[in-house]
Design a protein around this ligand. Structure first.
Ligand code: SAH
Length: 215
């Protein structure tokens, strides 16, 4: 089935209409077949303007929010990216169009396993998925130019700031009931800038973030 018209309409009506302007980002959303990452729903529903369940009480975000995060991270063809909360693998696949290499961490083994096999079957060679707690990042693969987080802790995990390359950007939802999407940029001199770009609602970050909650 040719689903390019669904992607074209999604990009036009949800992304461009709300101000996503980065042409490389728009091209990536035109290319990645979203319906293959959400196989339990019909293709037209997979492109709708809201989050969708991917099982295990987890959701794949609304296309616009993923595009906003991807654009804010400013990936380049030479970038090394870290994707935290692999879920369906869709965000990792989008990032893989825009970066040289993507490392992706998922805390739930069944989701990590199915995303890994899906991405392999689709021929992605520049994505590595592992099971683990993204709170600690992936020190062996650091530093990263781009880090995108899909689950919300109530504070910014210091290991993720430490693993940013100079000039790199971390895009992360932070909060409890009320969350904001933060863009944290590490300057060449190592200092960090922090900007809030949107109110958001993500699933809570599990694992160490829960133990550290409220501290
Ligand atoms: N980026 C995903 C969205 C998945 S929803 C996609 O494109 O489909 C968020 C995911 O984060 C869930 O799969 C959840 O299991 C995972 N998650 C929650 N806490 C985590 C943690 N500490 N480390 C890694 N993954 C985590």
């Amino acid at each position: 089935m040719d689903t390019s018209a669904l992607r074209e309409a999604m990009v036009r009506d949800q992304l461009v209409a709300r101000g996503i302007r980065d042409e490389r980002v728009l091209a990536a959303f035109r290319k990645v077949r979203r319906e293959l990452f959400i196989p339990d729903v019909p293709p037209d529903l997979a492109h709708e303007d809201h989050p969708i369940s991917i099982g295990f009480s987890q959701t794949i975000s609304q296309p616009y929010i993923l595009a906003l995060m991807t654009q804010a991270a400013r990936p380049k063809p030479t970038s090394r990216g870290l994707d935290i909360g692999t879920g369906s693998g869709y965000q990792a696949a989008v990032l893989a169009q825009l970066c040289k290499e993507v490392c992706s961490i998922e805390i739930l083994k069944p989701l990590a396993d199915s995303a890994r096999s899906r991405l392999m079957a689709l021929g992605y060679k520049n994505i590595t998925v592992r099971v683990g707690d993204g709170y600690r990042g992936w020190p062996e693969k650091a530093p990263f130019d781009v880090i995108i987080v899909a689950a919300a802790p109530d504070h910014v995990p210091q290991p993720l700031i430490d693993q940013l390359a100079p000039g790199g950007r971390l895009v992360i939802p932070v909060g409890g009931w009320f969350q904001e999407l933060l863009v944290i940029e590490k300057q060449k001199d190592g200092t960090v800038d922090r900007q809030s770009i949107a109110p958001v609602t993500f699933v809570p970050m599990r694992g160490e973030a829960e133990n550290a909650r409220g501290k």
